[in-house]
Design a binder for this molecule. Structure first.
Ligand code: ZN
Ligand code: ZN
Length: 146
């Protein structure tokens, strides 16, 4: 089984990921745009027991309860209290899963090519299409969609 590591910008939070995500997607919703500071979120979703978080000091991992998502769900968005990197998203309706922002995963990102794009109604028109990726105007009717 493949093991990957991830970390926040300052290295205070280290992550070990066992195996592959059950979904790789982009999200163009305004909540993901705000929290990433980018035009869209690039995300990898796992079963919660595949991913382990280790803090270099107690309480470094902070969590913001995000009630703003366009999906209507409530998200627990966790980040490093020292450097601010987003490191985890947990969906209120899917507590046995968690989402890792692809940008914090160490090394090459080739394996994280998105299978789907959510909330394309908010997609910037200068972002190109991804080959063989499903697109949804809003949230997909079922999750995961693939
Ligand atoms: Zn950090
Ligand atoms: Zn989103």
């Amino acid at each position: 089984m493949s093991v990957k590591t991830a970390s926040c910008l300052c290295g205070g939070i280290k992550v070990e990921i066992n195996g592959d995500p059950f979904l790789r997607n982009l999200c163009h919703c305004s909540s993901c745009q705000k929290t990433t500071g980018a035009a869209f979120g690039s995300l990898a979703a796992y079963m919660a027991d595949q991913v382990t978080y280790v803090e270099s000091e107690p309480s470094l991992l902070k969590t913001f309860i995000d009630t703003s998502p366009e999906s209507g769900d409530v998200l627990k968005r966790s980040f490093c209290g020292r450097c601010g990197s987003p490191v985890r998203v947990q969906r209120g309706c899917k507590p046995d899963t968690l989402i890792v922002p692809v940008g914090i995963i160490d090394g090459d990102k080739t394996a994280f090519k998105p299978q789907a794009e959510f909330f394309c109604r908010g997609k910037a028109n200068w972002v190109g299409d991804i080959q063989d990726s499903m697109t949804f105007d809003a949230a997909p009717p079922k999750y995961p969609p693939v």
